[in-house]
Design a protein around this ligand. Structure first.
Ligand SMILES: C[S@@+](CC[C@H](N)C(=O)[O-])C[C@H]1O[C@@H](n2cnc3c(N)ncnc32)[C@H](O)[C@@H]1O
Length: 242
């Protein structure tokens, strides 16, 4: 089975949509500093093309980036050569002892590796065990209400050598979001066309916070990383191990 973010979409995400993680990076570093974590190992779940991993290594941290997409892991290794990367599902991987865990850009919502709240809670428990005392888990998710109204939303985005036609559909009963993409990327003198469909399960902030607290985390809900503010349907968490 093909999991999401094949070569062309991974490239486009990096060059066209990388600003979510690059704009988040200063605020994320500030949170780590406020928590007294100024060095040590940060595990980044759903590391994508390694933009945040690069910012972490530049700030003096050791990094293990984990992603399910081969294409993203290839890009990340080039972008952040001082970090380590592993191709795996964060739902199945063994996490090392670390000072912080991050997951930036709605990674936990993706259904490449089908899962629900039970598996999310199991992941939270593994993260809790892997964190040193005082360690922190910082992440964001997408909530229900991603799309206004009931109708599918059609948009397009384009860059110098790429374009994407996107249709988003949200099932307001199951809180399931589907992103159907037709992707064009210029390769030599031609545009290569591919299709990807991403299934995303939307979670409410309250249900995620409850799961984190059950495991023992102290939870703070945030609306952005530092000066970078999320869109309305996104929400972030700073979960601290006592
Ligand atoms: C929207 S991208 C964000 C990438 C990166 N964190 C950033 O901010 O640029 C979501 C990422 O989550 C990864 N992902 C989704 N489900 C995953 C899973 N079960 N295990 C590992 N990575 C996963 C995708 O491959 C993708 O890189």
């Amino acid at each position: 089975m093909l999991t999401g973010y094949q070569e062309d979409l991974a490239y486009i995400h990096d060059v066209g949509f990388g600003d979510f993680s690059s704009k988040s990076a200063p605020g994320l570093l500030e949170i780590l500093h406020q928590k007294g974590i100024k060095n040590g190992l940060v595990v980044d779940l759903g590391c994508g093309s390694g933009i945040w991993a690069k910012a972490l290594t530049q700030a003096g941290y050791d990094v293990l980036g984990i992603d399910i997409s081969d294409a993203f892991i290839d890009l990340a290794k080039k972008k952040a050569p001082k970090a380590n990367f592993q191709k795996a599902s964060f739902l199945r991987v063994t996490l090392p002892k670390c000072d912080a865990v991050t997951s930036i850009g709605e990674c936990l919502n993706y259904q490449f590796d089908e899962h629900g709240l039970i598996e999310i809670q199991e992941l939270f428990a593994r993260i809790y065990t892997s964190l040193k005392p005082g360690g922190v888990f910082i992440f964001d998710i997408a909530q229900p209400g991603y799309i206004r109204g009931m109708n599918p939303q059609k948009t397009y985005s384009q860059g110098q050598d790429w374009a994407i036609l996107l249709e988003k559909t949200e099932n307001k009963i199951t809180n399931h979001l589907t992103r159907q993409m037709t992707i064009f990327r210029k390769v030599d003198n031609f545009y290569r066309r591919s299709e990807e469909i991403h299934d995303v399960q939307l979670y409410k902030a309250s249900e995620i916070a409850t799961k984190l607290r059950k495991i023992g985390f102290k939870v703070k809900i945030i609306r952005g990383y530092g000066n970078f503010i999320f869109s309305k349907a996104q929400v972030g968490f700073i979960a601290t191990k006592a």
